[in-house]
Ligand binder design. Structure first.
Ligand SMILES: Nc1ncnc2c1ncn2[C@@H]1O[C@H](COP(=O)(O)OP(=O)(O)OP(=O)(O)O)[C@@H](O)[C@H]1O
Ligand code: SF4
Ligand SMILES: [Mg+2]
Length: 362
């Protein structure tokens, strides 16, 4: 997917648009008496065709809830999700089935996500039982199954084996083949390689890259591993307590973060260019607050090394790199209309220089 960094993604309109999505769960009452947990609190993002969007953030910030919402496994309380302008939550019957075909998911754990009582062939071809129009004859289905196995680097004879007979990397290939069985346009990858050994991770990432080059599929790539995200994504969205607090091209977000939270995350991640690395690591104070009782104003203020009085009183709006006083280099190939490649951060005081000079240092 690194090859995509050289490719223009901005000349293609966004395929998926998420606008102001809120998702609340009813849970046991907290000490303050609240029982409504806002897992997603006004999410906005777009994914372009053939693009890989990275989604990063600490455990519990809402990444999987967002993925499940896009898979229609959760219904948002408010806001909209559209794919090519169609709202899946308003669709029924055949139209809904057709939408479901277009967005698929690969799960984190290749051991738990495959049914041990089915063969690899049955697992991969299972979606065709619901989407009957796709491959009508058994000969068509067999040919497509062999093609999918080949596409993910397995043999046609592997169709008869059960999941226990495969290694972790091979099982993840089966999960990817299953996601591809319906010819999706967008695949959500929720920690797709974190359960795998390093060398197997590289094979699966290369496979995902090759498939994207061949099929033009878009990915949302969710991961805790920032070096992997940096390697495989075109753009990145950083989440904190149910909100996306920074978005931009992968290079902008990793090398020139605007948000103090992103700067802290990135200061702990390996850099390609050691000269661009902050001298020391920025250490965050405290734990992630509970989404049941989020802080007033800016949600990050209880841990922020740049916080001022206004941060408790007012929620910050999104600001651009130019508003932070940065000189923004023109990138004509990426500045075309269609895809929002603008570098934005939700902060009253976005960082004017790539690393905070007055940061809390280790
Ligand atoms: N079904 C549910 N009922 C109640 N709370 C939920 C439910 N699903 C998620 N949550 C809560 O919503 C918040 C976001 O959870 P989510 O699983 O989306 O986080 P995540 O970013 O995927 O974390 P991780 O990196 O650990 O996978 C968490 O506080 C979680 O406890
Ligand atoms: S708004 Fe204030 S507390 Fe929030 S990230 Fe910016 S400086 Fe920190
Ligand atoms: Mg998760």
């Amino acid at each position: 997917m690194t090859a995509l960094l050289d490719r223009t993604v901005a000349d293609r309109p966004a395929a998926l648009e998420v606008r102001d999505v809120v998702k609340t769960f009813h849970v046991s009452r907290s000490a303050s008496g609240n029982n409504r947990l806002r897992a997603l609190d006004g999410i906005n993002l777009s994914v372009g065709r053939g693009e890989t969007l990275g989604l990063v953030g600490e455990s519990g910030c809402g990444k999987s809830t967002l993925a499940r919402t896009l898979m229609l496994l959760e219904k948002p309380d408010s806001g909209s999700v559209t794919f090519d302008g169609q709202d899946p939550f308003s669709l029924k019957g055949k139209d809904l089935l057709s939408w479901r075909r277009r967005v698929q998911m690969v799960f984190q754990d290749p051991f738990a996500s495959l049914n041990a009582r089915m063969t690899a062939g049955d697992i991969i071809s299972e979606p065709w039982a619901t989407h009957r129009g796709l491959h009508r004859t058994s000969r068509e289905r067999e040919a497509r199954l062999a093609e999918l196995l080949q596409l993910v680097g397995l043999r046609a004879s592997d169709a008869r084996k059960s999941p226990q007979e495969f290694s972790g990397g091979q099982r993840q290939r089966i999960g990817i083949a299953r996601a591809l069985a319906l010819n999706p346009e967008l695949i959500i990858l929720d920690e797709p390689v974190s359960a795998l050994d390093l060398s197997v991770q590289a094979q699966v990432l290369n496979l995902l890259n090759d498939l994207q080059q061949q099929l033009g599929v878009s990915y949302i790539f969710i991961s805790h591993d920032l070096s992997v995200v940096r390697h495989v994504t075109d753009r990145v969205a950083v989440m904190y307590l149910g909100r996306i607090i920074e978005t931009g091209t992968t290079e902008d977000v990793f090398e020139r973060p605007l948000h103090p939270y992103t700067a802290a995350l990135m200061s702990a991640s390996p850099k390609l260019d050691p000269a661009a690395r902050p001298a020391e690591r920025i250490v965050l104070k405290g734990e992630l607050p509970s989404p049941l009782d989020p802080p007033s104003g800016c949600r990050f203020r209880t841990r922020c090394w740049k916080a001022q009085d206004i941060c408790a009183a007012e929620a910050p709006r999104k600001r651009t790199a130019a508003e932070a006083g940065r000189t923004v280099l023109p990138m004509p190939a990426l500045r075309r209309p269609g895809l929002p490649v603008e570098h934005l951060a939700e902060c009253h005081f976005p960082l004017a220089v790539p690393a905070g000079p007055d940061a809390a240092r280790e």
